[in-house]
Ligand binder design. Structure first.
Ligand code: MN
Length: 435
């Protein structure tokens, strides 16, 4: 799957894409959906390149992207996600060629740059697609940490190492990075037996996750095999699964999260494609001796060899006071996606194994990405150990959970010797008071 679009020596005529620190070099080419801030253009599909965006509708209309591809003109990523991986590959190759400085298409594109290229800062991004949403619990480190707070004797339930745990989330409340999130209200009980009161959430948390955008379809009643499930992965984004821990504690039994999670889920606007991530494939988490092997329907030789992604995800925090004082955001955690217990291929195969129809524009969350060390804990529940170990910020403020005005910023990057580092941009959200 490695080809000339991954060649680290290729440069773009878009100068900012050649900056070693950009998340969006020529080798990345993530897809997103944007509006022009002036209202002139609405719901266009674009590709991020440095600090600019290539308008795929305009580029296609100008003949820069080969034969007319109707999926580019729809105003959503869903019709592109609905295509076969061969079409994704061909679009990526055409976009890469048009953005290279040493090609005929690139030289023509330079002439047309004022028509086809837009500064990212002048665009408003949208949620890339919206079909359905499921969130998993794929980090054994997260599951063990959280489990040990609530069940010190048995942190991991017996099913964890056999079945990918998840819950069906809410697609309607997925919001794009930059959208403020109102602190929710709900039932809260000080004791497990109740009685609860209805009030403002006091234990608001984030969860650092990767989201997988699904491509293609499997019809209802027709499972997707583990061998073909990898082709269902269109690309990845950052995902913040905002969580009201006090609501969750009271409501989660016996059916799992509900209002503690459905008030908002933030995603980053740029979908980093599976093909862009090909150089960063790696072996999945090595299960310790004594752990069961995955059942046959979750076992595939290619997946066992290279089913994981070597992506580092980080959470950054900036309070209202830090903003007012000009104190920059602080990185509060960093973890590796390769430490997830299940691969996205396994999550797809499991999700569809009973015949559930997954389709283009479906979103699967990985679950909080945590690792073995304290600095790898991907949510405040873990990081402050249920509020007992407050986080001390550079300006002296302390946090156990999020305050109004706090901004959470997720970042992600994939790095490998011999390849260009690519990033995910940001997934941000500021907490607003309850309405
Ligand atoms: Mn989650």
């Amino acid at each position: 799957m490695i080809n000339e679009t991954h060649d680290p020596d290729q440069e773009s005529w878009v100068e900012s894409a050649n900056d070693p620190d950009t998340d969006f070099p020529l080798q990345n080419l993530p897809f997103g959906v944007f509006d022009r801030a002036n209202g002139a253009v609405q719901q266009r599909v674009g590709v991020a390149i440095g600090d600019q965006v290539l308008d795929l509708v305009e580029a296609s209309a100008q003949g820069l992207l080969g034969p007319h591809e109707p999926a580019l003109f729809s105003g959503s990523l869903e019709p592109i996600m609905a295509q076969r991986p061969t079409v994704w590959r061909s679009i990526r190759r055409l976009v890469s060629t048009a953005l290279r400085r040493d090609t005929d298409a690139g030289r023509r594109a330079i002439e047309l740059r004022t028509r086809v290229l837009l500064p990212a800062s002048e665009l408003t991004m949208r949620v890339p697609a919206r079909r359905d949403y499921t969130d998993f619990y794929a980090s054994v480190f997260h599951a063990t940490n959280v489990g040990s707070m609530f069940r010190p004797d048995q942190p991991l339930l017996p099913n964890y190492k056999w079945v990918p745990i998840g819950y069906h989330g809410r697609a309607s409340s997925i919001v794009v990075s930059g959208t403020p999130v109102h602190r929710p209200r709900g039932q809260i009980s000080a004791t497990p037996a109740g009685p609860p009161t209805f009030g403002v959430c006091r234990r608001l948390d984030y969860e650092v996750e990767l989201g997988a955008w699904i491509g293609g379809y499997n019809p209802l009643g027709t499972p997707e095999s583990i061998a073909t499930a990898r082709d269902r992965l269109f690309g990845l984004t950052l995902l913040n699964d905002w969580s009201a821990r006090d609501l969750q504690t009271w409501e989660y039994q016996p059916l799992g999260p509900f209002l503690a999670k459905n008030f908002a889920t933030s995603v980053s606007p740029w979908v980093v494609t599976r093909e862009a991530l090909a150089p960063f494939r790696c072996a999945p988490y090595q299960r310790p001796a004594g752990d069961p092997s995955p059942l046959p329907y979750l076992t595939d030789a290619v997946d066992q060899e290279s089913g994981a992604f070597d992506i580092v995800v980080e959470a950054w925090l900036r309070t209202a006071a830090m903003r007012a004082q000009g104190v920059p955001p602080i990185c509060v955690s960093s973890a590796r996606a390769r430490d997830l217990y299940w691969t996205f291929t396994q999550l797809v195969a499991h999700h569809a194994s009973g015949g559930c129809n997954l389709g283009a524009g479906d979103l699967l969350g990985s679950g909080t990405v945590s690792g073995p060390a304290r600095e790898n804990r991907g949510c405040l529940l873990e990081l402050t150990w249920r509020g007992t170990e407050p986080l001390v910020l550079p300006n002296g403020e302390q946090r156990t959970f999020l305050d109004d005005g706090d901004e959470v910023i997720l970042r992600g990057r994939a790095t490998r010797e011999g390849f260009r580092t690519i990033g995910f941009g940001e997934c941000t959200g500021i907490v607003l008071p309850s309405t």
